[in-house]
Design a protein around this ligand. Structure first.
Ligand code: CTP
Length: 395
């Protein structure tokens, strides 16, 4: 859904990355308004942001186009999110203390929407206790802070202070824009593939990308859940605001899930967990021209364990990936693993399932079988979660 997003740009070399953020958000259909500090215009021209956002850019309070400025302050009432990208140490200090001496800080102070600060500065400036205190003050006022990544800085230093990745900033803004107030419910989501190492180099795995669990985590966060994501290795950046636990093999996934399963209201097992593992050889297995027999042991079926140890009122959602007899096999899993829902899908084409953005699934419960049309993994997660809430299974 289209949201109204205000991007404040402050003076710093990372200002050019704000162009990518604006462009990505606009492509996703959001209404974007950019406010720049005067210093920011030394790095990027307002015209660039005007072209990317398709809206006039505001620079300072003393812009002679007074009517436009009044309109711009009215943004304070309309905005869903106000994100400062990049946020310099100077503007951070101003917003921490309620200073409003230009268009950016004035509008920021007048806004009561979700606020995000993406600091980017020299490592020493970031580490300065004054800056650290200012970050804490802003956080205490309810602003979200997107931690700066480590890396090579424009000043030649290497360390903390880089702007967070564009992809992460865009995720963070969209997640804040869609966020509903907390519903005081906890959800645990497993995602991605596990890896069972044969030796230090080789492992058994599957093509799961972790996209499904990632979309579940985003949707659940937006609907107000307290989300924990237990995930195998993926190629994605970590999701902002989500407690993420990274694991490698099925045994580690079981340990992490078991440790926090009881306190969850909903558990979604979307991970593609290996069914078999083996004892990892200490050194690389050498070939000697002979066939190699691998002895594989079954892993713990995590979903089955969760079904056997389900707390009253807890909702358990499993996935079933089948190559034939989809409904019958999934119904069998529903009963065997004591689940409330099984989301069943087949491996049929590369535009659905494992690595794709979309999937075509059937939601199976004791009561019915509901076939959903092909849709994004995000919408599937939303449909299932809303179905859970509608059917009031966990309340
Ligand atoms: N699952 C699990 N632990 C395992 C294997 C699977 O928790 N060791 C979960 C998956 O996360 C999924 C569900 O069980 O939610 C079904 O997984 P699937 O691979 O479709 O089926 P299996 O139960 O492994 O059975 P089979 O491979 O015989 O179809």
């Amino acid at each position: 859904m289209s949201k109204c997003i205000v991007i404040g740009v402050t003076g710093g070399i990372a200002a050019y990355k704000a162009c990518e953020v604006v462009s990505a958000l606009r492509k996703k259909g959001h209404e974007i308004h950019v406010i720049m500090t005067k210093n920011a215009t030394e790095f990027v021209s307002p015209l660039t942001f005007e072209t990317l956002s398709a809206n006039r850019v505001s620079v300072d309070t003393f812009d002679r186009n007074f009517e436009y400025n009044v309109q711009h302050v009215s943004l304070a009432h309309k905005a869903d999110v106000f994100a400062i990208v990049p946020c310099s140490a100077n503007v951070l200090a101003k917003v921490a203390h309620g200073l409003a001496d230009d268009m950016l800080t004035t509008t920021f102070l007048a806004c009561d929407c979700q606020k995000l600060l993406c600091p980017a500065m020299n490592t020493k400036m970031l580490e300065n206790p004054i800056t650290q205190d200012n970050l804490k003050i802003c956080h205490g006022y309810g602003m979200e802070i997107l931690a700066s990544g480590d890396g090579f800085l424009a000043c030649g230093d290497i360390g903390k202070g880089r702007l967070a990745n564009v992809e992460v900033i865009v995720d963070a803004i969209e997640m804040l824009a869609a966020k509903k107030p907390s519903n005081h419910k906890r959800i645990l989501i497993s995602s991605g593939a596990t890896k069972e190492y044969l030796d230090p180099i080789r492992y058994i795995t599957n093509p799961s990308s972790g996209k499904t669990g990632r979309q579940w985590a985003k949707i659940a966060y937006n609907l107000g859940y307290d989300v924990t994501l237990v995930t195998g290795e993926t190629s994605f950046e970590d999701l902002p605001f989500i407690k993420t636990i990274k694991i490698t093999n099925a045994k580690q996934m079981f340990t992490e899930i078991k440790a926090c399963s009881f306190e969850q209201d909903i558990i979604v097992m979307s991970a593609a967990v290996a069914d078999f593992t083996c004892n990892k050889a200490e050194n690389k297995i050498k070939k000697d021209g002979e066939a190699l027999d691998l002895h594989l042991e079954p892993t713990q079926d995590i979903l089955k364990y969760l079904g056997e140890n389900k707390r009253p009122g807890q909702i358990l959602i499993g996935y079933a990936m089948e190559t034939k007899d989809l409904i019958a096999n999934a119904q069998e899993k529903l009963v065997k693993k004591n689940c409330d829902y099984i989301i069943a899908n087949t491996i049929s084409d590369e535009n659905k399932g494992f690595k794709a953005d979309d999937n075509e699934v059937v939601i199976i419960s004791k009561e019915n079988v509901e076939k959903l049309p092909k849709m994004s993994k995000e919408n599937i997660a939303r449909c299932v979660l809303e179905k859970c809430e509608r059917e009031k299974r966990c309340y």
